[in-house]
Design a protein around this ligand. Sequence first.
Ligand code: ATP
Length: 262
Amino acid sequence: MPLEIDDVTVRYGDVTALNGVSLSVADGETLGLVGTNGAGKTTLFRLLVGHESPDAGSVQVAGHDPTAGPAVREAVGYLPEASGFRAALTGREVLRFHARLRGVPESARRERVARTLATVGLADAADRPVGDYSNGMARRLGLATALVADPDVLLLDEPTAGLDPNGVTAFDRLVGALAERTDTTVVVCSHVLSVVERLCDRVAVLEDGVVRERGSVADLRRSVGSDGAPAADDTSAGTTLDDVFRDAVHAEPPVSLGGESA
Ligand SMILES: Nc1ncnc2c1ncn2[C@@H]1O[C@H](COP(=O)(O)OP(=O)(O)OP(=O)(O)O)[C@@H](O)[C@H]1O
């Protein structure tokens, strides 16, 4: 498995951010991680890129311990929730910097940067300063920085937050095409259920540092009923998942998503 999290606990002083979390994601699979604020999503991503170490349990990403060295930097592409770029640099300069940082060999760098800019639809804007980019363009440049080293595992933290409906659609198409045409393993985290629903095969619901539910989005929807209330014939759903879903549904942006898939 490219991604294995086994019984992981992370504590910050008195706060237990993750409490015995186990998750695995297969080659080419797209997993959604949903949870309310403070559920532990960012902590989980920080573990996967080696910015955090577990207090208990183990993490393996593309066969490596993420804290063990630079190998994981090359195997994992990470789009953080906010990725500020220096406004004066061009998109191409930003991407060349990330390619070097992520171990793309000098001889391949120019071509790889150009190809990645084209993949995210920024070829025409490559030599414009990033300060002139729209939010959607900056987000796509962020995705390009995550993709430039051809990662085995792609981690996307709230990937469409702050984008307008057109930006959301364009971003979804891009990630959808990636998931379909490559065997990149993708983890998308969001507090908005619809974001992971559009992009993911399988979802895990994280609450207070614990995985409460996992399954396909259809399974989860069935277990809470289509209006967000627990299904009448399902007494196993409990109130916890219901609360998480209500929260996710209420947090949804007012965006019409019908018929947008590529
Ligand atoms: N550096 C830190 N020091 C102390 N507590 C922390 C730290 N980072 C996270 N926490 C706590 O750990 C818990 C999980 O936080 P985390 O940021 O992982 O949640 P999240 O699901 O990403 O939330 P959000 O959706 O708000 O970004 C929270 O209670 C948070 O306050």
